[in-house]
Structure formats: structure tokens, C-alpha cells
Design a protein around this ligand. Structure first.
Ligand code: DP6
Length: 399
């Protein structure tokens, strides 16, 4: 079998200035710019192998497996768009250089998986589409930089465009109708602020919420507050956030992050009928972090389109924050890959910092927060080169 293959991983990102609303739902062009932090792939990533082979056409054409289950490609318009775009780029290269093998017309087998359980309730579309597009670019050897690729990934899922970079990443909304100026740019690499860490709190939630894609268009159609956010708030907030990141000014970064999360959930409430993403546990975490910050800002919470909290804080505050969360939310499984529990402050007999008002929240029943993951700002997509890294076997089927 003659084939070409690439295997890559891509990270998740958590926005500190939220993307919410599209001005073009096909090209996925947003109504405001946004900014995120890329989190370490050591804890959370998508991994994708793509093989192109002249033999695949006779075996059913393009095929896709997600977390071990075969899915239809044709019914997924966003995936089709990413494939179409990268194949067109490859075709142009082949036309310019006749010596190149004509692999753009070969069918592909795509196999992708996340290293975190989908049941954890963590969004995987950002890392998934970033990984798909990055792997396609490697397979086709496209001479494109991460910002160019972000414009393709954006058409898979808006937030995916920011996962093409590590560190601190802005998605500039752009103004053109063709989307050629709506792309991700790196504000600062992960090495700029190695001290910044995150705790992801997976909150127990029985009901399935409104998807981001669906929810944000209801907001665009019905929320007057969103118009205020787009015009009056986000442009200045983007500038302030970039300045705070460049200055490594944690209190300012934290304040802007919390304000932006609050406003995002306010526009959800202003949507008619309203959308609720946070629950009682999410709100208790807000009260706990607010009390913790009463004497000086030491942590920032942020929430996406679901009840899970992400807490950003400098490394030195993490043991204290973990102890606090563990006190109010006993029984959470703790993914301690960075060795936080080795710090005596994380397991102190008195988990509340001095002066902390214990009455800000009740102590919840076991499992209200199901899992806590400790992670940090880190790098962008990685290419894996070992044969053992491939997700496909010799026949081009999932291993
Ligand atoms: C709340 O990128 O999932 O996480 O573009 O429709 O795929 P689509 O939406 P998606 O929306 C993410 C929204 C958010 C905020 C953010 O990540 O900026």
C-alpha cells in the first residue's frame, strides 16, 4: 500500500475574553474578538492520525473514527469544509510543481481521540478541529503558518482557531466578508508567563445544556446586551487584557477574566428565552473565589457554555486554592500530575486561609465537583513521528 500519513496532537484553550456570536455562520466569523490561554497537552489533548492512500477509494472513500466510533463525514459540513480547504491548497501546490505526488485526490482515513473522557463534560471541539487541520497541513505539507491554518480551523469550530498556538492567543474578529482577516495571532508564548496555572473543576450536572453553536445565535437574535458588549465593552477589554498579559499583571488579568465571564453569562441570561449554563455549584465556586480575593486578587474564575469552572492563578496560590476547593467540595477525583499535593499547604489541617469567612458557601455533598485537574499554560500543536504513535494499523484501520 502506498500511503502518506501524519499524526499530531493539539491542546484545548480556555477563553478569558469570550467568543459568543457569529456574523457569518458558514465561514464562522465572530461578532467580537476573543482571547484565550492554551492549556498543557500533558493533561488534555486531541490526537489525530490521517492517512491518504490511493487504495482507500475502493474501500469506501473518506472515513472518520472519533474516540473509536465510526462517524459520517458527509453529514458534518464543518469537517467537509476543513477537508475541502486543505485539499484545494494541496492541489494548487501539485499544479505548481508536477513532481509532487497527486495525493490531494486520494481518499483519507481520519482517526481521532481525546486523552480525556468525553463524559468529563469538557469541550473537545477546539482541540479536535485544531488537531484535524494541523494534521491535514502536515499530511499535505502545506507551507502555511499557524495563523493561516487558524482560518481553516475556524471553519470547524470558532474557538478551535485559537488552539493553533501555545501561550496567549487572540482571535482577531476581522471585518471582511470573506473572513481572510479573521484569524488567530499569538499575543505571548507560553514561556512568557510560566507561573500561570489553572485548575479545571468538573462540576456534576445531570441535564444536557444548550450547545454553544445554537445558544450563541439565539443571543445574537434576541439580546440587546450583546450589542452593548460587542460595541462598547470587548474592544477596550481586548486592549486591557493584552496589556495585562504583557505586564504579567495577575490582579488585572484576573479582574478582566472574571468580568468577562460574568458578562458572557449575563448575555446568556439576556437571551430570550434565557440560557443558563452555571448551576448552584458554579455559583458557590464564584462566592468562594470572591471571598478568597477579598484582601487582594489571587485567583480568577471563568465559565464557558457549561457549569465547569476554570480557575486561573499564579503557581504559588494553587495549594491554598486546592485546599479550599477540597474543603467545600469533598470527594473530587484529583488529577495531580503537577504534584500539588506534595505541598503541605494543599493538605493543611485548616484548609481556610486566615480571615476567610467560612459561611460564604455550604460544604457540598461528596461528588458535587467530580474532578479537579491541575494544569498550566503551554505549547501549541505537536507533530509525532514514531510509527507507534499512529492510531492506524497497517491496513489503515483504527488500531
Ligand atoms: C463559550 O467554538 O464551541 O467556549 O464556533 O459554533 O463551534 P462554534 O462554537 P464554539 O464556542 C465557544 C464558546 C465559548 C467561549 C470561547 O471559547 O471563546
Amino acid at each position: 500500500m502506498t500511503f502518506f500519513e501524519a499524526t499530531c496532537t493539539a491542546p484545548v484553550n480556555i477563553a478569558v475574553v469570550k467568543y459568543w456570536g457569529k456574523r457569518d455562520t458558514t465561514l464562522i466569523l465572530p461578532t467580537n474578538s476573543s482571547l484565550s490561554v492554551t492549556l498543557s497537552q500533558d493533561q488534555l489533548h486531541s490526537k489525530t492520525t490521517i492517512r491518504a492512500s490511493a487504495d482507500f477509494e475502493a474501500q469506501g472513500g473518506d472515513r472518520l473514527w472519533l474516540n473509536g466510533i465510526e462517524e459520517s463525514i458527509q453529514s458534518n459540513k464543518r469537517l467537509v469544509a476543513c477537508l475541502r480547504e486543505t485539499r484545494a491548497q494541496r492541489k494548487a501546490m501539485e499544479q505548481a510543481d508536477p513532481a509532487l505526488p497527486k495525493i490531494h485526490s486520494w481518499a483519507v482515513h481520519i482517526c481521532s481521540e481525546n486523552n480525556f473522557p468525553t463524559a468529563a463534560g469538557l469541550a473537545s471541539s477546539a482541540s479536535g478541529y485544531a488537531c484535524l487541520v494541523y494534521t491535514l497541513a502536515k499530511l499535505y505539507q502545506l507551507p502555511l503558518n499557524a495563523s493561516d491554518l487558524s482560518m481553516v480551523a475556524r471553519q470547524g469550530s470558532g474557538s478551535a482557531c485559537r488552539s493553533l498556538f501555545g501561550g496567549f492567543v487572540a482571535w482577531e474578529m476581522g471585518t471582511r466578508d470573506d473572513g481572510l482577516d479573521s484569524r488567530a495571532v499569538q499575543i505571548a508564548p507560553e514561556t512568557h508567563w510560566p507561573d500561570l496555572q489553572a485548575l479545571i473543576c468538573v462540576v456534576s450536572d445531570a441535564k444536557k445544556g444548550t450547545s454553544s453553536t445554537e445558544g450563541m445565535q439565539h443571543t445574537v437574535k434576541t439580546s440587546p446586551l450583546l450589542q452593548h458588549r460587542i460595541k462598547e465593552v470587548v474592544p477596550q477589554r481586548m486592549k486591557d487584557m493584552i496589556a495585562a498579559i504583557h505586564a504579567k499583571d495577575f490582579p488585572r488579568f484576573a479582574e478582566l477574566t472574571m468580568q468577562d465571564s460574568n458578562q458572557f453569562h449575563a448575555v446568556c441570561l439576556d437571551t430570550y428565552p434565557p440560557i443558563f449554563y452555571m448551576n448552584d455549584i458554579s455559583r458557590a465556586i464564584i462566592r468562594i473565589i470572591t471571598e478568597y480575593n477579598r484582601t487582594g486578587i489571587k485567583a480568577a474564575y471563568t465559565y464557558d457554555a457549561g457549569p465547569n469552572a476554570v480557575i486561573y492563578a499564579p503557581k504559588e496560590n494553587m495549594p491554598e486554592i486546592y485546599a479550599l476547593l477540597n474543603h467545600y467540595f469533598p470527594g473530587a477525583v484529583f488529577d495531580d500530575q503537577l504534584g500539588l499535593r506534595n505541598d503541605p499547604r494543599a493538605v493543611a489541617a485548616n484548609p481556610l486561609p486566615e480571615g476567610f469567612d467560612p459561611k460564604v458557601s455550604p460544604v457540598f455533598a461528596e461528588g458535587a465537583v467530580r474532578r479537579i485537574m491541575h494544569t498550566k499554560a503551554d505549547d501549541g500543536p505537536r507533530t509525532l513521528v514514531g510509527e507507534q504513535d499512529s492510531l492506524l494499523n497497517a491496513e489503515g484501520m483504527p488500531k
